[in-house]
Design a protein around this ligand. Structure first.
Ligand code: ZN
Length: 295
């Protein structure tokens, strides 16, 4: 145990969906001021966080998900990349799950923001996944290569978001494959969820009558946006569309009792959503000894 007293053990949790094994991989967390949110008064957001016993400024978990099916291995999002004080743990957690980067044959991207694409490459800019096919929505690929859109962004975002996305895509240029929907990996269907970014995509995993929707960045601050779905993020490319998409997906998963997981739900990020007054209530799944969960 020596050396482990001051940190958590691996951030890895398995959940089986029929014949498919999904593994949540934690990357860490990011803290940010409430000024990074919009569509809600800062005082109201702070009160919601306070009532949920959460820190203010807001704390946002970062996760990726591994999908194993029939000998194939996909990784959905790669976290923030080269390790920083509170992020960059995904690669280590992938190793803890027994998966070498060379075993990942498909990379599925929900969208191209730095906390999702950062782990595509190492500090030297080289691809970290030597043989994986990179798959993302065509609108996402187009947006981050749009010089006019880049010209409208502030200099910091031009460098970190547009520049960062272009550099990562360049590292995978000879093995990138664009989609607009449909099955993108055996048992995994791409579900366009535009607004946060133009090509923002969720992935519906289904097998043997079971399913799990990995909804990407439908939520960044669960305590605030689940109760107040109109609350948006400063980084939303189209905040009105992001809020509309969030409301639509909330309605759908609450009605269907659909199991969900998210990049910014608190680890291990498997949950359900229930209606609660004007808004909704997130019900995190209980830890389960077996891999199937309780329902
Ligand atoms: Zn994100």
């Amino acid at each position: 145990m020596q050396g482990y007293e001051d940190r958590q053990v691996a951030g890895v949790l398995h959940r089986r969906v029929g014949d498919i094994l999904v593994t949540a991989l934690n990357d860490g967390h990011q803290d940010a001021p409430l000024s990074t949110m919009a569509g809600i008064a800062e005082a109201e957001a702070a009160a919601l966080l306070h009532a949920a016993f959460r820190p203010v400024p807001r704390r946002t978990a970062v996760n990726g998900f591994l999908v194993r099916h029939g000998g194939r291995v996909a990784l959905i999002d790669t976290g923030c990349g080269p390790i920083k004080p509170t992020t960059g743990r995904l690669a280590g957690n992938l190793a803890s799950a027994g998966i070498a980067p060379g075993a990942v044959d498909t990379l599925l991207m929900t969208h191209l923001h730095p906390d999702h694409f950062g782990g595509l490459t190492g500090p030297d800019g080289a691809a970290l996944y030597p043989t994986a096919q990179l798959r993302l929505h065509a609108a996402e690929h187009a947006y981050w290569h749009d010089d006019a859109a880049m010209g409208r962004a502030d200099p910091a975002r031009q460098a970190a978001f547009f520049g960062g996305a272009r550099a990562r895509l360049a590292a995978y240029a000879d093995r990138t494959d664009l989609f607009t929907g449909g099955e993108v990996f055996p048992g995994v269907t791409a579900l366009p969820l535009p607004g946060h970014t133009p090509g923002h995509t969720g992935f519906l995993i289904a097998s043997g009558g079971k399913s799990l929707l990995i909804w990407g960045d439908i939520v960044h601050v669960p305590e605030v946006q689940v109760a107040r779905p109109k609350a948006t993020m400063a980084v939303d490319v189209d905040p009105a569309q992001a809020a509309e998409t969030r409301r639509r997906i909330f309605d759908q998963v609450a009605t269907d009792r659909q199991a969900i997981a998210g990049m910014h739900l608190h680890f291990p990020a498997f949950a359900h959503l229930a209606r609660d007054g004007e808004g909704f209530r997130l019900v995190p799944d209980a830890w389960s000894l077996d891999l199937d969960g309780d329902i």
